[in-house]
Write a protein that binds this ligand. Structure first.
Ligand code: 4AD
Ligand code: MG
Length: 462
């Protein structure tokens, strides 16, 4: 008999049919006459209740069915009398695939803290919370591909191993096949990277943007969606050493069109999740954050504020609020500043533009004031910066000037500069931190809880 996934079992036409279900036991309870098992197979937050009649099965038979064990049950699907479920399976036969001893199974009891669950990240997907988060994460990834594919963007695969740190976005993880205990050395006594795998130093990428620009100036509009690595030692609830980033890059697109795209794209993804992951979002709202659904709907229905950095600084200065980090024109905004603007002042998402050139990357288009660049950061409630992007400097001469001012090694840059030497065009793009979107949609508050296997300083066990 074909197995029915639990997500499909609540279909009314299955009532009265023999079914085969497989999953992991969440709980077993009951008395001398009847035992109830809540079975979950990961396809939905919902469990199916299995009813074992003790006239058919002995208590001895059922003894090994403990929380965490894996089970195959065949039986009759009937309407349920119990509250909280529409149907249940009256077991006729069962097979226990694997036991999970009560003494050693770490998820024996409910109600573990999220901190504890991080220590058993290899098992936490079996909890309701992480099941919900991971299903939402998967749906969001699908929404992202769907959005871009439906809007004429091509998926470009940019390299993970790179020889240049042009982005300057953060410290990099080196990639090498040299013997780090005893590397070959040149005459000056320095490590001889010409003997390394690629014949030079390489590292894991901090962003696919520069290669993305090569794609956009050929295909017109591309997006990347892949892992990104930053070796900075920032132990915050919003930073990972390995995170996923989505980077659209669009030719013939200015900063305003770029903002329009970012806003429309974010709303699409959030709406998609509200629509397709209702049960999971409702579960998380009930468990962790009563305002979650209202906040998601509000963002979808609100028009994002568009504000210059200069105006933002004025608002922050006039706020009378005591910030941990001082605020002045030229300062890089901290999460506390971003969240003040979004959560207290405007009460909706804000797109901040026109940042001082000193605090942004070399490739951003310089404004006529020679002081600010056409950067755009999208700031979200509870999150702060969710997207960072800009219109790009398309003028070869102006770009070269910034490269020189910022002391960026030219020898690494020739291929990027060719986009400006041959058929340069105005273009723009941005990067969305996938886990920050997942944080927002799930209502989780620590980024370690929205990626299956978080990589943070000192943490790469699972
Ligand atoms: O602002 P960032 O550094 O921008 C770039 O890398 C550009 N190359 C993007 C582009 O224009 N194509 O990073 C983009 C986004 C941030 O807004 C944030 O959401 C996320 O990536 N992000 C991180 N997410 C998790 N952990 C980290 N350490 C992150 N650093 C950035
Ligand atoms: Mg940024």
């Amino acid at each position: 008999m074909k197995r029915t996934k639990i997500v499909d079992i609540f279909a009314p036409e299955l009532i009265g049919q023999e079914v085969s279900v497989k999953g992991w036991v969440r709980t077993r309870r009951g008395n001398k006459h009847v035992q109830f098992v809540a079975l979950n197979d990961g396809s939905t937050i919902k469990n199916i209740q299995i009813v074992f009649d003790l006239e058919k099965f002995s208590e001895e038979d059922l003894k090994a069915i403990t929380t965490g064990s894996s089970l195959h049950v065949k039986g009759l699907l009937v309407e349920s009398m119990g509250k909280g479920q529409t149907c249940e399976v009256q077991a006729n036969e069962f097979e226990l695939y694997g036991t999970a001893p009560v003494e050693s199974y770490p998820l024996q009891k409910k109600g573990h803290t999220l901190e504890f669950l991080r220590e058993i990240a290899h098992l936490r997907p079996r909890t309701n919370t992480f099941g919900a988060v991971l299903r939402i994460r998967s749906a969001l990834a699908y929404a992202i591909h769907t959005y871009f594919q439906n809007n004429g963007f091509f998926y470009l695969h940019t390299p993970l191993i790179t020889a240049s740190d042009c982005e300057g976005a953060g410290a990099m993880f080196q990639v090498t096949t040299l013997d780090v205990e005893n590397p070959p050395r040149n005459e000056e006594g320095k490590v001889d990277y010409t003997q390394d795998f690629f014949g030079k130093t390489t590292a894991l990428t901090v962003s696919g943007q520069l290669e993305g620009e090569l794609g956009a100036t050929a295909l017109g509009a591309i997006y990347t969606f892949g892992p990104t690595f930053r070796a900075e030692n920032s132990n915050t609830p919003r930073h990972l050493a390995e995170f996923w980033m989505i980077e659209p890059e669009i030719a013939f697109c200015d900063i305003v069109e770029n903002m329009d795209l970012a806003e429309d794209f974010l709303k699409y993804c959030i709406k998609y999740a509200l629509d397709k992951c209702r049960d999971d979002i409702e579960f998380l709202a009930q468990m962790y954050d009563n305002d979650l659904i209202a906040r998601l709907e509000e963002v979808c229905n609100s028009e994002f504020v568009r504000l210059s950095y200069t105006e933002g600084i004025e608002i922050l200065e006039k706020s009378g609020k005591k910030f941990e980090f001082p605020i002045y024109w030229g300062a890089d905004l901290q999460s506390e500043h971003e969240r003040y603007l979004v959560e207290e002042h405007f009460r909706r998402p804000v797109i901040l533009t026109g940042y001082p050139k000193e605090i942004k990357a070399f490739y951003m288009k310089l404004n006529d004031d020679n002081k600010t660049v056409r950067a755009m950061d999208v700031l979200f409630p509870k999150i702060g910066e969710i997207i960072g992007g800009s219109e790009r400097e398309e003028s070869y001469d102006k770009l070269m000037k910034r490269i020189e001012e910022m002391n960026i090694p030219m020898k690494d840059m020739w291929w990027y500069l060719d986009t400006r030497r041959f058929g340069t065009v105005p273009h723009s793009g941005f990067g969305l931190g996938f886990e920050r979107l997942c944080l927002f949609v799930t209502g989780m508050t620590n980024i370690r809880d929205v990626i299956p296997f978080p990589r943070t300083p000192g943490n790469a066990e699972f």
